[in-house]
Design a protein around this ligand. Sequence first.
Ligand SMILES: [Zn+2]
Length: 237
Amino acid sequence: MEPNLPFVEPSSTLSPVQLVGANGAFWAAGTGVLFMDELGEMSLRTLEVLRKPMEAQWSRDAAQVPQTIGATNPCPCGYHGHQSIECTCGSARLSRYQERFSGPFLDRFQMGLVLGREADSVAVPWDEMVFKLRMAQERQRARGPWLGNSGIPLESLIQCAEITREAMEVLNGWHKKSGLGLRALHHAMRLARTAADWGQRAKVSEQDAWLSISLHASQFRFTSKSGPWGLARSSST
Ligand SMILES: [Zn+2]
C-alpha cells in the first residue's frame, strides 16, 4: 500500500548481527516492512535478539522501526494440525521446534493468524478491500501524527482508542484470565481499535474486542502437549 517504503525479506540463515546489528536487515527496512519468512528456521539466539528492537515498535522510537511480520510452518514437516495429512515429526522434535517461540517473543507480535493450507476463499473484491483500507487509514491519521494504531503513545491509548465500557470489560476479562502482561492488553486494545476503524465505527464495540482477542498472538504460546496452535485447532474441531 505504501510503494515508497522499503520491504526487506532477510534470509532465515542470517546471524543475530546481520539481522539486528548496526547495519543489519532490521534497520535496513527503515519504517517499511520487515518480512521474516521461515521464522522456525532461525536460530534460537536470533529469535531472542529480535525481541529488543521489536519492542521499540511501541515506544517513542516507533517512527524509526519497521513493521515486523513473521511466518512459519507449524512444525518441521509442515503438517502439524493438518486435517488429512499426518505430521511425521514425533513429539520430541515437535516440542523442540515449538518451544523456540517463547512467550516473550510472541508477545512482541500484535496479532497472529493460522493460515489454511488450502486458500480460504473470502471473496472480497480487491477494489473494495483497498477502499476500506484507505478509509480505515484516514481514521487513523486523523487521530494523530503516529503511524497507525500501533504507534499511538501509551499515555494517549485510552483516550484515542475510544473503547466502550462493555468492550473494555471483554478485554479486561480476557486479560485477567490469560495471565499475560500489560503489553498483551495494550496490543488487544490497539487491535480492537483497528477492527473498529475497519468497520468505520467511532467507538470500539464488544464485537471488535472479541475479534481482537481471537487474533492475539498469545494463541500460539506453547502451553501444553496440544502445542501453541492448540487453540486455533480446537476452534476448528
Ligand atoms: Zn510435522
